[in-house]
Design a protein around this ligand. Structure first.
Ligand SMILES: [Zn+2]
Length: 170
């Protein structure tokens, strides 16, 4: 198998590795996989952590290694911080999956600071109010839809310029 085909196969395989907190979306759809480097004796997966310090990151690392090793290859994971992960790296499919799961996806770019209008994932209404900036995971917020009267979660937008101020701890 040539290198490019093998890489494609590994990407497909990594689709099975889901975010431990949001099990409908894969790390590929989250835009976390920056590169796959084929070495003679192992496969190096370069990963951009979505939120610094979230405990899920160790679990993701183990799951990535297991996924590749199940194909008969040795794997290593390297976390890299350049380029920084930003919420606009989430793919279109990933955004749809978040919505179906009841989590409003972060806004697609262009996005201006202070303009975070969140559409309800159930009824698309923009009549939503922020209930709690810190939801069940610090990376998500709790909102309430005034139209269909459902509470829902939204993934916070993380963009490069504000990245350094963001911390996952409460
Ligand atoms: Zn609604």
């Amino acid at each position: 198998m040539d290198v490019e085909r093998k890489k494609t196969k590994i990407f497909e395989r990594l689709q099975t590795v889901k975010d431990p907190e949001i099990p409908v979306i894969s790390v590929v759809e989250l835009g976390m996989i920056e590169d796959i480097v084929m070495h003679d004796d192992c496969i190096l997966i370069k990963v951009l952590p979505t939120f610094l310090g979230c405990p899920a990151i160790d679990m993701i690392k183990d799951n990535l290694i297991q996924a590749v090793e199940a194909m008969g290859d040795r794997a290593e994971v390297e976390f890299i911080y350049a380029p920084p992960w930003t919420s606009d790296r989430i793919t279109k499919e990933g955004r749809e999956k978040l919505k179906k799961f009841g989590i409003a996806p972060p806004p697609a770019p262009p996005f201006r600071q202070g303009q975070w209008t969140v559409a309800c994932p159930y009824c698309e209404s923009l009549h939503t109010v922020l209930e709690n900036v810190f939801g069940p995971a610090a990376c998500r917020s709790m909102l309430y839809c005034k139209a269909c009267k459902n509470p829902f979660e939204a993934m916070k937008p993380i963009f490069q310029k504000e990245r350094e101020y963001h911390s996952c701890s409460k």
